[in-house]
Write a protein that binds this ligand. Sequence first.
Ligand code: SAH
Ligand code: AVI
Length: 310
Amino acid sequence: MAVNSAELSQIVDGLSGDVKKISPKYFYDERGSQLFDEITRLPEYYLTGAELAIMRDNIDEICTLVGKRASLIEFGSGSSLKTRVLLEHLSELAAYVPVDISKQHLYAAGAQIRDEFPHIDVQPVVADFTQPFQLPSPAVMPVRNIVYFPGSTIGNFEYDAAIELLRVMHHEAGEDGALLIGVDLQKDPALIERAYNDSAGVTAEFNLNMLRHLNRDYGANFDVTEFAHSANYDQDNGRVVIELISKAKQTFAVGNTEFELADGEAILTEYSHKYTLDGFAAMAGQAGFRVAKVWMDAERLFSVQYCVRL
Ligand code: SAH
Ligand code: AVI
């Protein structure tokens, strides 16, 4: 497979700063997407269960807000798990457009959705949603676009990048459109930390798999056995800091560029921000959205929010 030179430069740049970092989008090769699916089934990972419960408990109201003949455009659709609740209940949909960077996984999920919902026009798009990409034109003209962004994937973006991404969604939603988004909430730090340090070690495997992905597709030579998973909740900044910690002094290369790591030095692989309702509303406001409706689970662990244009 030819190495994508823009992505290679992005990886090398990220590893060249004072804090070494790699974008979380590199978690998601085929194995990474499967590992994420496993994470969603872990007892410690409260996010998925809470979000599914919110969707099921409020599906009639959500469907009324979505309305008829909308095009449902999902950013980072993965296995489209939560989307099925919507697809089962939306009586008329102009199209379902799942957008994801993880190609094989997206196509497999798209094919399965087509089998399960043969009446729905499913149009998968392989794209990095942080870069400009083309949306397909559905066979039936949609009345409006609903951008769906479940899972609290917004939390994997730093403040400015999150606003930029919300602005892209604002643009894709268009004049009459809206955003339906899953937003994880601040809570007991111990509960949050457990979700990212599961006892079965699946999150650790997910984190380490990023190095395998870079070795296979980007000409890196990480020794995966020389890294350990780490996830700590930084309460001051309301975010989980997920890192790979070097177990020894070592060198590695990505393409032709060599790097040194001290024993105990970290590579930052992901932030997972947790929000207050006010904090998210302010951020959405910066991108031109007003939060029109918030649903939460009984324990107020997670929220699903319906945002319209200001
Ligand atoms: N929405 C699903 C999956 C969340 S996991 C759920 O809630 O369960 C995050 C998903 O976003 C993965 O499928 C990953 O491949 C995708 N993703 C992450 N960064 C992306 C990017 N920059 N562009 C496109 N897809 C991305
Ligand atoms: C996709 N995203 C919202 C997940 C999260 O919880 O931040 C990714 C993840 N990282 C570790 N576990 C799950």
